[in-house]
Design a protein around this ligand. Structure first.
Ligand SMILES: Nc1nc2c(ncn2[C@@H]2O[C@H](COP(=O)(O)OP(=O)(O)OP(=O)(O)O)[C@@H](O)[C@H]2O)c(=O)[nH]1
Length: 247
């Protein structure tokens, strides 16, 4: 049963309440996003509009609605000890883990000035990717390689931060084409390099587990910015060094 107090308007004989007070937590957050003109697609981060305690309330609301999904699937969660707590587990998994990149702010990235004026190609990877497709919410599992051509004014970021930033972007329902662009945008804004390259290679479980049930195919896509776009030798060097660092 959904907790009606979260969504139903106040009873007629009760003292009139503020509209914000009667709305569910997701409705209150949604109203704030609309008011501020912020997009809230599946792969957008909405942490900036969340208020204290709301994430916990959201977890509760998702659990209630997930319980309604299990009931609609005609699963007797009251009698079945295996599914008795499933709604709560799935809510925690969505809000805190697999879609956590929507709700938590960007990781703190320690940056260092490029004092030795590095201007040679750096390649970071393979970085593990765990994501989910926006269409079926099935896992996407893969790897990412990042190529950076810094300049004297670039900020260098700690190595582990590439993985933290990747995880923050990927822990959202995504499509692979948009995920690599989002990651490239975040890296470019922070490092301000002369060139940036991102290559992602991933398996989509919406194709393995269901649907066409093709368990061989892998999707590979890339984003090339700045010098990687204009300099074919640099692009080739990145792609061939990435192959060496593959397995
Ligand atoms: N371009 C792109 N497609 C994706 C990605 N992840 C999943 N898909 C595809 O999204 C499509 C959704 O297609 P629909 O026809 O709406 O869904 P469906 O009827 O369940 O399709 P089937 O998967 O063919 O059974 C499928 O072809 C998926 O393989 C991705 O990252 N990029």
């Amino acid at each position: 049963m959904l907790d009606r107090s979260l969504t139903d308007p106040a009873p007629r004989d009760a003292a009139p309440r503020d509209a914000a007070e009667v709305a569910s937590v997701s409705e209150r957050i949604r109203a704030r996003l609309i008011e501020s003109g912020q997009r809230f697609h599946a792969n957008d981060n909405i942490s900036a509009v969340l208020r204290e305690g709301e994430l916990e309330a959201l977890r509760g609301e998702v659990a209630e609605r997930m319980q309604a999904v299990l009931s609609a699937l005609v699963i007797d969660t009251a009698a079945d000890h295996n599914t008795a707590e499933t709604a709560k587990r799935v809510a925690r998994m969505f809000v805190d883990e697999v879609f956590g990149g929507r709700y938590r702010p960007a990781p703190e990235l320690t940056t260092f000035p490029n004092v030795s004026r590095l201007n040679e190609l750096m390649i970071i990877g393979p970085i593990a990717v765990r994501s989910a497709c926006s269409h079926h919410l099935c896992p996407i599992m893969g790897r990412v390689w990042i190529g950076v051509l810094p300049n004297a004014g670039s900020e260098l970021i700690g190595l582990s931060k590439y993985a933290r930033l990747t995880d923050w972007i990927m822990s959202r329902p995504q499509i692979q084409e948009e995920a690599v662009v989002m990651l490239a945008d975040e890296l470019e804004a922070r490092i301000r390099p002369d060139g940036l390259a991102v290559v992602m290679e991933a398996e989509h479980f919406c194709m393995h587990w269901r649907g066409v049930k093709d368990d061989q195919s892998v999707m590979t896509n890339s984003v090339m910015r700045g010098a990687f776009q204009t300099n074919a030798d640099l692009r080739r060097e990145f792609l061939s060094l990435r192959r060496t660092a593959r397995d």
